[in-house]
Write a protein that binds this ligand. Structure first.
Ligand code: BGC
Length: 395
């Protein structure tokens, strides 16, 4: 049955600076990738050379049928040392926004996507409260330069993942395992977000400003409710509560997570897993949209990331085809969902896992940088163009 999305519903694809630009040597991730004690599989290197190839990539995104392109600013390029701002780097991102607009794409700009300049990390990174002020100063400067060309602004990408993976599970820099520190980092991020919202709103233009959060459909098996709620408190709720009153909340969802009495459980026997090791569970998107809207008290939702790492492109189509009916169900219930952004436009640098997981609608040849759209690119672009989805009878 053909189901229409509301007029103005945004369809986009996303990337992030460090995962695609290449040569971002001046941030904490580059250092982490080259630290033999880190779990990183390989360094990011040239990534997708998007720094130079963005005109072609942006054009491709538009030609496929999308109406928005979400990308991020690399703080370490814009402010390579404390207080030294690069006009040339700001101009680069201004040209990216202009290129989006020339092709009819809304530029959705993220001000921090996982990577932090080396000088910020050296001064204590996200564990010290001053970093919130340093980030707000960066946001003010970037917004002054770009505010009039940005369509929507995301302050921080998944601060919950940076805090958890960096300060609890030692998977991201700075590689700590300290539950109290992780909670303090959460507070610094909340402060940074609030200050960034004011800084960006204080600049030119009138782009809506929001936070993006990694969310999972957190399910308790009988007896696991308390463990689930404890996990959810530090992982999601502190941030959802901090987003009350914002212009939107960016929901980023990939799977579900199950909890038993002792805590987090792995994938359930018999459930398919993805290249990332977690369950193939596209229905999680609906649950996370509902929860984001409920806990924020009705802040409009933008799905800023949803997608799958798979070598089988037919499975990507299956994943999205099973996620979209959930978006329609939320809309039918009156939840204000503003758009759907697929992660990612390109196969790119998947953090600790290097280039192995392939989330892209478009394949990238690592030796030649040649881009090859997969069948899913035309399929999802067609849905974007039509602003409608033919819901399979089984969904
Ligand atoms: C992040 C992306 C990442 C994606 C897939 C999100 O957590 O924002 O940077 O590539 O998930 O794992």
């Amino acid at each position: 049955m053909m189901r229409r999305f509301p007029p103005g519903f945004v369809w986009g694809t996303a990337t992030a600076a460090h995962q695609v630009e290449g040569g971002n040597w001046n941030n904490d991730w580059w250092a982490w990738e080259h630290d033999p004690s880190s779990p990183c599989e390989e360094p990011s290197g040239d990534a997708c050379d998007h720094w130079h190839r963005y005109p072609d990539d942006v054009r491709l995104c538009a030609e496929l049928g999308f109406g928005a392109y979400r990308f991020s600013l690399e703080w370490s390029r814009i402010e390579p040392e404390e207080g030294e701002f690069s006009r040339a780097a700001l101009d680069h991102y201004r040209r990216m926004c202009a290129t989006c607009r020339e092709h009819g794409l809304e530029p959705i700009v993220t001000f921090h996507h996982f990577t932090t300049p080396r000088w910020v990390a050296a001064r204590g990174g996200w564990a010290v409260p001053e970093t919130a002020d340093r980030f707000a100063r960066f946001c003010a400067r970037a917004a002054a330069h770009l505010g009039d060309v940005i369509a929507r602004a995301c302050t921080l990408n998944e601060p919950n993942i940076v805090a958890t993976m960096g300060y609890l599970y030692a998977m991201f820099p700075p590689g700590k395992r300290d539950p109290d520190l992780r909670r303090r980092v959460n507070e610094v991020f909340v402060d940074a977000h609030r200050k960034a919202v004011d800084a960006i709103h204080g600049g030119p233009g009138s782009a809506p400003v929001g936070l993006t959060l990694a969310m999972s459909d957190n399910q308790a098996v009988p007896g696991g409710e308390a463990a689930r709620d404890r996990y959810r408190r530090d992982m999601e709720d502190v941030f959802l509560e901090a987003a009350r009153g914002d212009d939107f909340i960016g929901v980023q969802c990939y799977s579900r997570t199950r909890f038993g009495r002792e805590g987090m459980l792995g994938p359930e026997n018999g459930v398919r897993t993805t290249q990332m090791g977690y369950e193939f569970w596209p229905e999680a998107l609906e649950a996370t949209i509902r929860r984001a809207a409920a806990v924020t008290g009705g802040v409009p939702v933008l799905v800023t990331e949803n997608g799958i790492g798979t070598e089988n492109d037919a499975e990507r189509i299956e994943y999205v085809a099973r996620a979209l009916p959930g978006v329609l169900a939320c809309l039918a219930d009156g939840i204000d969902v503003r758009g759907y952004v697929y992660w990612s436009l390109l196969d790119n640098f998947e953090w600790v896992f290097g280039y192995r997981p392939t989330f892209g609608l478009v394949a990238v040849d690592r030796a030649t940088q040649v881009r090859t759209p997969k069948p899913s690119a035309a399929w999802l672009g067609g849905i974007a163009r039509a602003n409608a989805f033919d819901v399979p009878a089984t969904a």
